[in-house]
Design a protein around this ligand. Structure first.
Ligand code: ATP
Ligand code: MG
Length: 427
């Protein structure tokens, strides 16, 4: 009897132990499962965020607030085939990263340039989409107009207005030995091109919301019409900027060597000031007639911006950088003023660079003055470089807020400082 009682007690104890162990096991399983769900949620949310940012990165141009959208013409491959004489070699006017560029004539007689995508690839497809989406929304006399496009399963083509004088770089440092130095652009034309290109960027940065950052601003993307008027082209790498003052967007570093702003190259943080840096490099090309990077040049001269910067801010040395082809065409006053703008634009610190609106404001009087001077005859004040001017030349940058005015930039020394917007006062 007692043995039976003892056996039952043991049995109850074992049962209790089993129940406790099982409960602990179930509880641990529940905790582990909840933790697993929590982690899974977190990871998938992060992946979604990243994916979202990536998608936004590509196709967020629908939200761009612009004055008007313009319908683009959709062409068939056959139409463009016949417009270019069957993509004949004799109609090739250039070759870039996207592919060959052909001269063409449409049925209505309009002259166009047709870019044929060389090989399908994600980068090419993305650039094609961005170019079409942006250029159907952005319209300015200083941006190259897209007439239409062709997009079928096998072909991607972009059709632009034709720019008879091609890319700016071809006129600054002609590659072919048959082009003599006399074919290079004159000073007055270079100043006007600088102003028109600045107006193109100013439109993208200041006249649309959110701002559009070009990301590949360079001399080959400034095209010249038959009268050498300039338009900015190639928006395939463009991105929408941050609307927050001083804000940036983070993105893959794309662009062209020698033109990419240092902070963008290092961190991937992109702002409109990255374009301002690239604009400064183009201004240096206009002043010097040199390519942005050429390691075959003497030591220290390989990278144009680093070589030029200390000279730009030194009145006695600024002439060292000038393109010999321009000799006798400019005055010291003009050179100092354009050099000062270039120096501001290529400041390593993005906040110290001006807004494109300020660059435009500073170039307008220069272009006007030059026009009125040139009526009297070619400006032959190269000698004036040697005659001393009463002002020392020094740059004293002050940090600019994203909407600051240029008055914080000054040229000159001490009491005689001249603000950037008051260049007309320079002797
Ligand atoms: N609308 C146009 N009218 C006339 N010529 C053009 C036009 N667009 C391009 N070209 C010519 O084709 C050349 C190549 O242009 P493209 O934009 O394809 O390449 P890129 O600017 O040299 O390099 P990237 O591919 O890096 O932009 C230009 O330098 C220019 O001579
Ligand atoms: Mg180009």
């Amino acid at each position: 009897m007692e043995a039976e009682e003892d056996y039952r007690r043991k049995e109850r104890m074992v049962l209790a132990v089993i129940v406790v162990v099982a409960s602990v096991a179930v509880a641990s399983l529940l905790v582990a499962f909840s933790y697993y769900c929590y982690i899974r949620n977190k990871v998938s949310k992060r992946l979604k965020d990243l994916q979202g940012a990536d998608d936004e990165d590509k196709y967020d141009f629908q939200n761009l607030q612009v004055v008007a959208e313009k319908g683009l013409q959709v062409f068939t491959f056959k139409q463009l085939h016949s417009a270019t004489g069957g993509f004949s070699k004799s109609n090739v006017v250039g070759h870039g990263g996207f592919g060959l560029v052909y001269r063409g004539v449409l049925n209505d007689g309009r002259k166009v340039a047709i870019k044929l995508m060389e090989q399908a690839g994600q980068q090419g497809e993305e650039e094609f989409k961005v170019e079409v989406e942006l250029l159907s929304r952005l319209h300015s006399p200083y941006l190259l107009a897209l007439v239409g496009y062709c997009s079928d399963d096998n072909h991607k083509l972009l059709v632009y207005e034709f720019m008879a004088n091609g890319g700016l770089q071809e006129h600054l440092y002609p590659m072919s030995s048959t082009n003599s130095i006399s074919l290079k652009l004159d000073w007055e034309t270079r100043l006007r091109i600088a102003l028109e290109a600045a107006k193109g960027l100013e439109y993208m940065h200041e006249h649309v919301s959110p701002p559009v950052i070009h990301r590949d601003f360079k001399s080959s993307n400034i095209l010249l019409d038959k009268a050498f008027h300039a338009k900015v082209s190639d928006f395939g790498l463009a991105k929408l900027g941050s609307e927050k003052a001083g804000g940036h967007v983070s993105t893959r570093v794309l662009g062209t060597q020698g033109y990419v702003a240092p902070e963008y190259a290092l961190t991937g943080h992109l702002t409109t000031k990255s374009d301002v840096y690239s604009y400064g490099v183009v201004l240096l090309e206009l002043l010097t007639g040199r390519v942005p990077v050429d390691m075959k040049r003497p030591p220290g001269e390989g990278v144009l911006a680093s070589w030029a910067l200390p000279r730009l801010t030194d009145r006695d040395r600024v002439v060292e950088i000038m393109d010999p082809a321009l000799e006798g065409q400019y005055s010291m006053k003009e050179v100092i003023q354009v050099a000062a703008i270039a120096a501001m634009c290529v400041q390593p610190e993005a906040d110290y660079r001006p807004l494109m609106a300020d660059v435009v404001q500073s170039l307008v009087p220069l272009v006007k003055t030059h026009r009125s001077n040139s009526k009297v005859g070619s400006c032959s004040s190269f000698n004036a470089i040697k005659s001393p001017t009463p002002h020392d030349f020094a740059l004293r940058p002050a940090k600019w807020g994203s909407r600051a005015r240029p008055a914080q930039w000054s040229l000159g020394s001490g009491k005689e400082a001249h603000t950037m917007g008051l260049f007309e006062d320079y002797p």
